[in-house]
Design a protein around this ligand. Structure first.
Ligand code: SAM
Length: 224
């Protein structure tokens, strides 16, 4: 008699969900590195976040599906249109992750931990004092399984993204951040409301029902 361990069962269920997932199939068809691209696409469609010519910072960017989506949004429809040179991107995308990132043409990548001052300084140097239109954060820390510790890690990353946005966004700029319905969620919503004129919560269809993730969108900085 075969004895199936719980983790084998979970892996099998995950694999089954993965191969039958319409967003996985669509990502493969459209050449995205992961189904995550469709989360950002839906957020863009709902909140009209991106326009060619913008400066966007992509935090927690690996493996790169969000950067790929942004690149496609900023690619001139016809070469040379809109003042962009042939093959040039009409916009600036700076991606950051502690993991490696296979290059995406036209996207500047910084490898490092966003919590470290040195890495933040590298990101600021890459901006060359340009104000940012949109900061997107899909950062998710490695989970320890201890809920209080995990909630604190998630909260810390979002707070850093909020700090960065306060300092670098244009007045009408936006921050999109992945958050989880766990301890600390209400405080994060309150922190968004303290910083932004308009705050929305949106869970895109590509975000799995079983996942407690959702996205906070803050638009327009409140005057200090
Ligand atoms: C869900 S993945 C992002 C997927 C990405 N948006 C895409 O479209 O491919 C989360 C990423 O956050 C990164 N991350 C987590 N904590 C980080 C930190 N402190 N600094 C930089 N990156 C971090 C992880 O390395 C991981 O690659």
């Amino acid at each position: 008699m075969k004895v199936q361990t719980k983790s084998k069962k979970v892996n099998k269920a995950w694999l089954n969900d993965h191969v039958t997932d319409p967003f996985v199939k669509l990502a493969q068809k459209e050449g995205y590195r992961s189904r995550a691209a469709y989360k950002l696409k839906e957020l863009d469609e709902v909140f009209q976040l991106f326009r060619p010519g913008q400066v966007v910072v992509d935090l927690g960017a690996s493996p790169g599906a969000w950067s790929q989506y942004l690149r496609r949004r900023f690619a001139p429809k016809e070469a040379g249109v809109g003042g962009a040179a042939v093959g040039e991107l009409n916009g600036t995308i700076i991606a950051l992750d502690m993991l490696e990132f296979e290059p995406v043409e036209g996207v500047e990548f910084i490898q490092g931990d966003f919590r470290e001052a040195e890495v933040l300084a590298q990101l600021e140097a890459a901006l060359q004092a340009r104000p940012v239109d949109v900061v997107v954060s899909d950062m998710a820390p490695n989970l320890s399984g201890i809920s209080a510790t995990d909630a604190a890690r998630i909260e810390h990353l979002i707070e850093l993204a909020l700090d960065f946005s306060r300092q670098h966004l244009k007045p009408q700029g936006a921050l999109v951040a992945k958050v989880f319905h766990s301890a600390g969620y209400d405080q994060l919503v309150a922190a968004f409301k303290a910083q932004f004129v308009r705050v929305k919560v949106h869970k895109p269809k590509a975000s799995r029902d079983k996942s407690s993730e959702t996205f906070l969108v803050g638009i327009g900085l409140k005057k200090a």
